[in-house]
Design a binder for this molecule. Sequence first.
Ligand code: PLP
Length: 389
Amino acid sequence: MYFSPAIANMPASGIRRIGELAAARPGTITLQVGEPDADTPANINAAAAKAMTDGHTHYEPNAGIVPLRKALAHKVTTVNRVPADWSNIVVTNGAVEGLFTVLASVAQAGDAVMIPDPSWPNYSMMAKILGVTEQLYPMDTRTGAIDVQVLESMVTPATRAIMINSPSNPLGTLLSQENLREIYDFAVRHDLWILADEVYDQLVFNGTMVSMGRVEADALGLPDDQIPAASRVISVYSFSKTYAMTGWRVGYLVVPDALTDALTKIQEPVVSCVNTPAQYAALEALTGPQDFVTEARARYGERAKLAQRLFADAGIDVTAPDGAFYLWVDTHGDAQEIAEKLVIDHGVAVGPGPAFGPSGKSAIRLTLASSEADLTEGIRRIINSGLIE
Ligand code: PLP
């Protein structure tokens, strides 16, 4: 029987392979997963349970329940300083579904999209499913900076959009305001959409997060609350990382006026709406106490310091993260082979860099969303393996 070559030819995830090797070896320290180690806070769970008993178990509007969209518009305008009305908010089945529907809305087979290298592997998988050509552009793996001259050399008339991610998975770096502005001006020159993945926006422990949506408003000289009439920025956020809600599947988009109809419409055949009790849980997450987030942010910052110190003591250089919960370590060797040896021979699972793009061929990614004890022991095993120069 026939089935789509786009799916048949999609490579298996290198991170999953490490996960399978780890699962077969009890006692392995797992530093390869990309999710918080904490469970969802109790007040959020209780809100979902209440929503169910209150009968909120039906289909809801494609773009999400109105109170949640209103609360999200308030959040993005006050926290991210991205101008938005609640009509610009679309609640999605995790950021992942938002990214996919945006990509499907702005590019079709034969078009091209610029994707960071290294980056979260799902961007590239989405492009492959849609038959969209990937134009992988380099990020400086030490600073996360993007060289706009390189973007200029790669862009073609087929390019429709550029994806950016700050704080970065896997680097943990932030894009500076100046760099964001350069990227914005580049997008204007070539009439591109900008997909700004800011799912780690609340987990910044060093420096200040600047949102691309704010940079656009400033570039156009608009006051804080004025929505750009011809915006080209689509901002992507999530409850997953901020509130330890990865399994709930709630994310949201800030969508320019020109795209709100399309992105609302596309929800119907794809998911119809996001799980209704999960939307009420998300509303509680946003409007309830925020100590969980403050504490998680501080914890990741402490762990980043701890991990950097342990590697520095061993004379190993790492990329200093500003946010998210990852540490990028250059092994100066064949990273896939090293990651496999680390799990098989040394009992520590890490993300192999090649899974994040060609620039990761000699790097590994560690998650800081593990206990201090696991992180310390895992790093000890990595250093003692002698596999990293
Ligand atoms: N964007 C980035 C950069 C991520 O790292 C992840 C998850 O790992 C996502 C989006 C997806 O988040 P969600 O759980 O909301 O789909």
